[in-house]
Ligand binder design. Structure first.
Ligand code: CP
Length: 311
C-alpha cells in the first residue's frame, strides 16, 4: 500500500480488520516501528475523533506527530496551474507539498467538500494535488468524497458485534439543520461492497447519493420497509447530490427512534445532533455502538500507518 485515500487501497479488507483487532488487543506491540519517523496531520476542517485517534495511533507506533490547522496557522494554498497568484492564496501546493514531504514520512489530510460546486468537490483538489506533488504517502482523514478511516473503523465494529452469518445492514438518511457532505456515506457504501451482508440504503426522494457509488445497491424511499429485520442501522445525514449542496426538507420524520431501531445495533460516525438525527433513547441504549466506533478509529488509523511504515 503506497497511500490510503479509499477503502480500495487496502490489499484486503478482511485482513485489515483482523490485524486492526489484533492491534487493539496489544496496541504497543510495534512501538519501535515508527521510531525516528514523523507523521504530519494537516487539518483544513475541524475534528475531534480523527485528530486525537490518529495521534494516538501514531504514538502507539512510536512516531512523532506534527499537526497544522490550515484555517488559521498556514498560508492559503493555491491549487490551479499557471495562476497569477494575486489573491489571498500566497503559497502553491507544488512547493507546500514538496516542503512538507521533507519534514514528514507520511502526510495525512482532512479537507471537506465545499458543497458549492459539485465538479470541483468531485475533483478533490486538495487530496489529488498532495498525492501529485508530495513525495511521501498520503492518508485521507476525510476528503470531499470519502472518509475511509471511518469506514475501516466501522468494518471493525461490525466484525466485533456481528452474530449472524449474513447480517442485514441499512444505511439510513437522517435530518440535519446544516447541509453535510457525502464522504462518510460514500466510504461506508464502498466498504459494505466487500462484506457478506444484505445491505440497502434508505433516504427520502431527492436525496439519492451519487449513482456511480450506489450502482447495484437497493435504495428504498420508504424507511420503514428498509429497516425491517435490520441487524445494524447506520444513520447519517447528507445533502442532495442532484440539487447539489442543498437541504430542501426539514422533516423530523426520518429521525432514528428506539421504536424504528427495534433490535438492531445503532451506528453513527459522530458528532451527532441529539433529537434531530437520533433521539436520546437511541444514543443512550445498549444497542448504540457509537462510542466503540470512535474507539476503533485508533486501530483503523494504526493499521494504516503501520502498513505504510512497513512498505
Ligand atoms: N467521525 C469523525 O471523523 O469525527 P471528527 O469529525 O470529530 O474527526
Amino acid at each position: 500500500m503506497k497511500k490510503f485515500t479509499n477503502i480500495s487501497d487496502l490489499k484486503d479488507l478482511n485482513t485489515a480488520v483482523d490485524e486492526a483487532i489484533a492491534l487493539k488487543k496489544n496496541p504497543r506491540a510495534h512501538v519501535t516501528l515508527g521510531e525516528g519517523k514523523t507523521v504530519g496531520l494537516l487539518f483544513f476542517n475541524k475534528s475531534l475523533r480523527t485528530r486525537l485517534s490518529t495521534q494516538k495511533a501514531a504514538n502507539n507506533l512510536g512516531m512523532h506527530v506534527m499537526v497544522m490547522n490550515f484555517g488559521d496557522e498556514a498560508w492559503n494554498l493555491e491549487y490551479e496551474d499557471g495562476t497569477i497568484m494575486e489573491t489571498i492564496r500566497s503559497e502553491h501546493v507544488k512547493e507546500a507539498a514538496k516542503v512538507m514531504s521533507q519534514y514528514c514520512d507520511i502526510i495525512c489530510i482532512r479537507a471537506f467538500a465545499g458543497l458549492e460546486n459539485k465538479e470541483e468537490d468531485q475533483a478533490e483538489p486538495v487530496l489529488t494535488n498532495f498525492i501529485k506533488y508530495a513525495t511521501v504517502p498520503i492518508v485521507n482523514l476525510e476528503s470531499a468524497t470519502g472518509h475511509p478511516l471511518q469506514a475501516l473503523a466501522d468494518a471493525i465494529t461490525i466484525k466485533e458485534q456481528n452474530t449472524k452469518k449474513r447480517p442485514k445492514v441499512v444505511l439510513s438518511w437522517a435530518p440535519h439543520p446544516k447541509a453535510l457532505p457525502h464522504a462518510v456515506a460514500n466510504s461506508f457504501i464502498e466498504m459494505m461492497r466487500y462484506q457478506d451482508a444484505d445491505f440497502c440504503i434508505t433516504n427520502p426522494k431527492g436525496y439519492d447519493l451519487d449513482p456511480e457509488i450506489t450502482k447495484g445497491i437497493d435504495i428504498y424511499h420508504d424507511q420503514e420497509e428498509a429497516l425491517k429485520d435490520a441487524d445494524f442501522v447506520y444513520v447519517k445525514n447528507w445533502c442532495s447530490f442532484e440539487d447539489y449542496g442543498k437541504v430542501n426538507i426539514s422533516t423530523r420524520e426520518w429521525m432514528m427512534t428506539k421504536e424504528k431501531l427495534g433490535d438492531a445495533k445503532f451506528m453513527h460516525c459522530l458528532p451527532i445532533r441529539r433529537n434531530i438525527v437520533a433521539e436520546d433513547a437511541v444514543l443512550d441504549c445498549d444497542q448504540s455502538l457509537v462510542i466503540e466506533q470512535a474507539n476503533n478509529r485508533t486501530y483503523s488509523a494504526q493499521y494504516v500507518l503501520k502498513t505504510l511504515l512497513e512498505n
